[in-house]
Design a protein around this ligand. Structure first.
Ligand SMILES: [Zn+2]
Ligand SMILES: [Zn+2]
Length: 268
């Protein structure tokens, strides 16, 4: 399984997952032009993308799904509530019709040699899901973003994948002391808001002995209330607190908000 993050955060989210046979996108919250450019940089053509899976109907995840679906005829999968939400979003000018594919939460869709299973995530959108993705080469990846807290179901899916993308949206002190209006702070802090650095870090440290993670990617960092250093500092201090030994620590990477990373082959 090859993985690449094209963008991660409130300005846009888009992840590529592919094999030698085919590719998919998780979310399409950046322009089609950027998607094409990013794909080209990793040697993939848009015609090799066989599906887009949408986590939820917030604009930073869906801005291009209409065009990808209707103009480029790429099937767009999510729950019926998310798909309805996409079509209700006034900023999405191209609505989903023939490209719309309802994928009930908890079901699995096979795209070539890629299997994608959705699971519920707690967030204040019409509906929100995470994805557990496996490929025939034995690689696995769980993507869990935009969530107010880690439910037992999310925990199960994070624990069963060898590679995970987990939200680490904000540093709590920065958010509380920052300029956001109270209603927005309360929204972010709530159980259906976003995940704090210390919550993601504590989850990793407390569950490391139950998991077999090769790589942990931190996603959806807030521009105003976070910094990559703060995420990694929090993780280090939680690992230290839990007595995690250096050799037990998986590879850690903070996904940049607007830049793409180099493509990573999980089978290597
Ligand atoms: Zn988002
Ligand atoms: Zn969201």
């Amino acid at each position: 399984m090859k993985f690449c993050s094209f963008a991660s955060g409130s300005s846009g989210n888009c992840y590529y997952i592919g094999t030698d046979r085919c590719g998919i996108l998780i979310d399409a919250g950046i322009s089609v032009k950027s998607i094409k450019k990013n794909l080209k940089n990793i040697g993939v053509d848009l015609s090799q993308i066989y599906a887009v899976f949408v986590t939820h109907d917030h604009f930073d995840h869906i801005s291009s799904v209409g065009v990808l679906g209707e103009t480029y005829h790429i099937p767009v999968y999510s729950t019926s509530l998310v798909l309805e939400g996409v079509n209700r979003c006034y900023k999405v000018t191209e609505k989903l019709h023939q490209s719309r594919r309802v994928m009930p939460v908890g079901t699995t869709v096979n795209i070539g040699d890629i299997a994608v299973t959705s699971f519920p995530v707690s967030h204040d959108s019409s509906d929100c899901v995470g994805y557990y993705i496996t490929t025939d080469d034995g690689s696995s990846l769980t993507i869990a973003t935009d969530m107010g807290h880690i439910t037992p179901v999310v925990s199960d899916y994070l624990l069963k994948a060898r590679n995970i993308v987990i939200e680490s949206n904000y540093d709590e002190l920065r958010l509380l002391e920052g300029p956001y209006p109270l209603y927005l702070k309360e929204r972010i802090l709530s159980d259906t808001g976003h995940l704090a650095n210390h919550v993601a870090a504590a989850f990793l440290a407390e569950n490391l002995h139950l998991a077999s993670w090769n790589r942990v990617f931190f996603c959806h960092l807030s521009k105003e209330n976070n910094l990559p250093e703060l995420v990694l500092e929090k993780v280090s201090s939680e690992f230290e607190y839990q007595g995690v030994r250096k050799e037990e620590i998986p590879e850690l990477m903070v996904l940049p908000r607007t830049a793409a990373i180099d493509v990573i082959d999980f089978s290597k």
